[in-house]
Design a protein around this ligand. Structure first.
Ligand code: NAG
Ligand code: NAG
Ligand code: NAG
Length: 381
C-alpha cells in the first residue's frame, strides 16, 4: 500500500511539473495563424458553426473563417497571402486558454485589419483584465496592423479573448484577426540601485517590448495605455484618445541604439510618457536620441517635442531624408514636484509616399540627477 501511495504522489508531482513546463513560450500561440481550420462540415459558407471547430480556439457568436483571395461585394478581403484569418462579426469573440506563470507580465501581439466600419474597436482581455483597442486608423499600406497589449498573470491558467464589441448594420463588417503571439516582458517597476549617474527611467532604451513578427517590416503598434500593468512597453504609457506609437526593430528600421526604438507616428495626437520620482528643487538632465527610422519618412519638419515637468525642448531632425540617422539632445531642468512626467511627441504629422503615417524615432532616453557641486565646479572653471 505504501508503495502505491508513493507512486501516486510521484505521479502527481510529475503531473504538476509537466504542467509548469507547458506554460506558453514566446512566439506564436498554438494555431495563432489559424492555418488549421474547421472541417468543411463545420462551415456554413464562411461561418464557423461550432464553438470548438477551430483547433486550439473557442469561438462565440458570428465568426467567419476567411481564406486569401476571398471576396466580399467585389472587394478582395485583405488576408495576407497564403494565409487564413478569422473575422469577428457583431459581438463575436475568439478565446484561447493559456498556461502562464503567475505574477509574470506578458505582452500579446496580434494582426488586425478593419473591413468597412470606421470606428472599429477590439476588446482584448485576459481574465480579469481587459483593454479596448481602437483600430480605425490604418498604419500600413497592406491594411494589416500589428497591435499589442499586456497583462499581469493573476492565475496559472487564463483565457485570452478578443471580442468585437461593434454593432454594425452590415453583418460582414467586422475586423479580421490573424497571427496572435505572446512574449514575456519585465515588470514595469524595477528596483534599481540609487547611484547618482543611474538612469532613473525604466526601459529608457526600449529594449523590452512586445513581440514583433519577424517577417513583417512595419513593427507593432502600441495603443493608448494609461496603466503600467497593460503597457507592452514596460515603464511607458501612451497618452492618446485613439492613436498609437509604433515599436520598431533594428532588423527592419534604422534604430539609434540597441535593437528597438519608438516611432512617433501620430503627430501630436499620441504621446509617449513616463513618470519618475524627483526631489523638488534638484537639477536633472534628460537626454535622448531623435532620428528617422529609415523607412522613407522624408520630413523637412521632422521634430520631437520633449517635456520634463514644465521644461520643454523642440528637437528638429530636419536633415532627414528618410534613410536613417539620428542625433542626441539634452534638456536640463530643475524639478518642481515629487513626480516629474517625461513626455515625447512628434511636433508634426507626416505621411509617406504610400499614404501611411510616419514620424521621428526616439530612443536611448535617460534621466539623471545632476550633481549640484559638479555643476557649480563646471561653472567656475
Ligand atoms: C446556412 O446559412 C443559411 C443562410 O444564413 C441558412 O439559411 C441555413 O439554414 C444555414 N444552414 C445550416 C445547416 O445551418
Ligand atoms: C471587455 O471584455 C471584458 C471581458 O469579457 C469585459 O469584462 C469588459 O467589460 C469589456 N469591456 C468593454 C468596454 O466592453
Ligand atoms: C512631496 O512629498 C512629501 C511627502 O511625501 C510632501 O510632504 C510634499 O508636500 C510633497 N511636495 C510636493 C512639491 O509635492
Amino acid at each position: 500500500m505504501a508503495t502505491s501511495a508513493c507512486s501516486v504522489a510521484l505521479f502527481v508531482l510529475i503531473g504538476v511539473a509537466g504542467r509548469a513546463v507547458s506554460a506558453v513560450t514566446d512566439g506564436m500561440l498554438p494555431n495563432g495563424h489559424f492555418e488549421q481550420g474547421p472541417d468543411e462540415s463545420q462551415l456554413n459558407g464562411t461561418r464557423v458553426m461550432g464553438r470548438y471547430s477551430i483547433p486550439h480556439w473557442e469561438i462565440y457568436g458570428f465568426v467567419e473563417y476567411i481564406g486569401s483571395g476571398q471576396k466580399q461585394d467585389d472587394m478582395i478581403l485583405p488576408v495576407p497571402e497564403g494565409e487564413q484569418a478569422v473575422r469577428l462579426g457583431n459581438d463575436a469573440t475568439i478565446c484561447q486558454q493559456l498556461s502562464v506563470v503567475r505574477h509574470t507580465y506578458y505582452s500579446i501581439t496580434f494582426g488586425a485589419a478593419r473591413t468597412c466600419a470606421q470606428a472599429e474597436r477590439l476588446n482584448v482581455s485576459v481574465t480579469p483584465e481587459s483593454g479596448v483597442l481602437p483600430i480605425q486608423t490604418v498604419y500600413t499600406s497592406s491594411g494589416w496592423d500589428a497591435y499589442s497589449w499586456a497583462f499581469k498573470a493573476k492565475h496559472t491558467t487564463v483565457w485570452l479573448c478578443i471580442h468585437n464589441p461593434g454593432h454594425e448594420d452590415h453583418p460582414a463588417c467586422g475586423p479580421l484577426i490573424d497571427a496572435i503571439a505572446i512574449k514575456t516582458i519585465r515588470p514595469p517597476h524595477q528596483v534599481k540601485s540609487k547611484q547618482i549617474a543611474d538612469n532613473m527611467l525604466r526601459n529608457g532604451d526600449f529594449e523590452d517590448g512586445p513581440y514583433i513578427f519577424p517577417n513583417t517590416p512595419w513593427g507593432v503598434l502600441v495603443p493608448p495605455i494609461t496603466e503600467d500593468e497593460h503597457s507592452p512597453l514596460p515603464g511607458w504609457l501612451i497618452m492618446s484618445g485613439t492613436k498609437v506609437v509604433k515599436y520598431v526593430d533594428a532588423a527592419h528600421h534604422a534604430v539609434p541604439h540597441g535593437s528597438y526604438a519608438v516611432e512617433l507616428v501620430a503627430g501630436r495626437e499620441a504621446a509617449l510618457a513616463q513618470e519618475v520620482t524627483t526631489v523638488p528643487g534638484r537639477p536633472y538632465r534628460l537626454s535622448f536620441s531623435v532620428g528617422d527610422a529609415g523607412n522613407g519618412c522624408d520630413g523637412h519638419q521632422l521634430a520631437v517635442d520633449a517635456y520634463a515637468g514644465r521644461a520643454t525642448l523642440k528637437v528638429p531632425y530636419d536633415e532627414s531624408h528618410g534613410k536613417g540617422g539620428h542625433k542626441r539632445a539634452e534638456l536640463e531642468f530643475v524639478a518642481d514636484a515629487n513626480l516629474t512626467r517625461v513626455v515625447f511627441h512628434s511636433a508634426n504629422h507626416h505621411i509617406k509616399s504610400d499614404g501611411t503615417l510616419c514620424g521621428p524615432v526616439v530612443d536611448d532616453v535617460s534621466l539623471v540627477a545632476v550633481h549640484k557641486n559638479a555643476a557649480r565646479r563646471r561653472l567656475r572653471m
